[in-house]
Write a protein that binds this ligand. Sequence first.
Ligand SMILES: [Zn+2]
Length: 179
Amino acid sequence: MPITPADDEKFMRRAYLQAHKGYSEGGCPIGAVLVDGQTGAVLGEGHNMLVQEGNPILHGEMSALRAAGRMKSRHATVLYTTLQPCFMCAGTIAQFGIPRVVIGDCANAGSDETVQFLRARGVDVVMLAPAQSPAAADCIKLATRFRNEKPDLWQEDWGGGKAAAAEQDASKSPALPIC
Ligand SMILES: [Zn+2]
């Protein structure tokens, strides 16, 4: 049967376990799971692979999509991600027409720009509240811990955000979200 919001906690916990696996490997602790929205079957899951593969574009979401592999359509899927998508991943979500995205941690994102970007394209973006979701609270805790432990790696994964010219007027170009 179709997955419901009640399933969100279960799948966010699974995404968190991916993030934690990445952390235990010395990498960036961001995980994601792609689920079939009709059956609840896990289609693919993964975590950020910047350190493990030396690949800067394998964010958690991209790893989950890579694991899921070829699909004729992703229009009936749900993507769970421990951290708010960056513009690369939000662009991929929009490109593939993924209709629903559930986020564990928005507290460690620089802004809500990508949430606005996705919602403007009709994507149902669910931001789990840590007060109600223990999995979301754990996502926030782990990313916060990692940022404090390895700020340089966090910055590298983020890509530094704004171009140098935009730095001159931060008010016109708020910090990019990270994932
Ligand atoms: Zn990303």
